[in-house]
Design a protein around this ligand. Structure first.
Ligand code: FES
Length: 261
């Protein structure tokens, strides 16, 4: 939240990521928008919600506004660059959120702001413009997303690649791209029963041993990643089912084969 929740019944929620092009960030944009709105005598609560790990997420922010007595929330997707996939998913997801609670708060969704040339002014235009033409999100079919997103894909392993701040500082981003490039030529690793599902994660804790990754269900941790080390992990562990012993940072004891309760 950028501003403390006060009494006005209307709120604007900027929905984006923590950082933007041009050195702007979502909280700074919210502060600029608050000032612009106040200058024209329109006191309004401006909140921020995040699509990345920065948090808070949009449902939590809307719920807080609802508890604060806000009667209408205008959600403005404020990602730069824009995320078409997220924009397509958002109407149904918001409708799902609004439809599953007994809320009197109207939630409207503004068009995504797609240019960073003068983002505060663009946000101000939308926030200050007429919203009557924008339907309440409940006019859209409630949806959690594509039906396929309810299914766990066929796979053999999951690979968790740390992209926390400290691993990023040590080059994790480029190393992750190296991993994806090393895996790409091997069809078996990308689809079917031997597929390896890759996920980038936030901090996995032993930062000083980073950049690092974990492969499950083998419970193998690799640290101090380099392009050469990643190549060995792909060749030996993912393709030949034989963990690269010289590169292992830690290996958990095998789990007891007991039913989970
Ligand atoms: S940032 Fe990667 S382990 Fe902490």
């Amino acid at each position: 939240m950028t501003t403390p929740l006060r009494s006005p019944p209307r709120a604007i929620v900027l929905y984006g990521r923590a950082s933007f092009d041009h050195g702007q960030n979502l909280k700074a944009l919210a502060a600029a928008l608050t000032a612009l709105q106040a200058a024209r005598g329109v006191p309004v609560t401006v909140a921020t919600a995040y699509a990345d790990l920065s948090g808070p997420a949009l449902p939590a922010v809307l719920a807080e506004l609802e508890r604060a007595g806000i009667e209408e929330a205008l959600v403005i997707p404020s990602m730069v660059p824009a995320d078409p996939s997220l924009s397509a998913w958002l109407p149904g997801a918001l409708s799902q959120w609004a439809s599953t609670r007994d809320s009197r708060m109207t939630v409207r969704l503004a068009p995504a702001v797609e240019s960073a040339l003068d983002l505060p002014a663009a946000l101000d235009r939308i926030a200050g413009g007429p919203t009557d033409s924008l339907d309440d999100v409940r006019s859209v079919e409630p949806s959690l997303g594509k039906p396929g997103w309810s299914e766990i894909p066929e796979h053999r392993r999951q690979l968790f690649f740390c992209t926390g701040a400290r691993c990023l500082h040590r080059g994790a981003d480029a190393l992750y791209q190296h991993l994806r490039a090393a895996m790409k030529p091997h069809r078996a690793l990308n689809a079917g029963p031997r597929r390896v599902m890759c996920a980038r994660t936030s901090c996995l804790y032993p930062c000083n041993r980073g950049p690092l990754l974990v492969i499950q269900p083998d419970a193998v941790w690799y640290g101090g990643l380099t392009p050469e080390r990643i190549d060995r992990i792909v060749e030996r562990h993912l393709l030949a089912d034989s963990p690269s012993a010289t590169d292992i940072l830690h290996r958990n004891r095998p789990a007891e084969d007991a039913p989970m309760g």
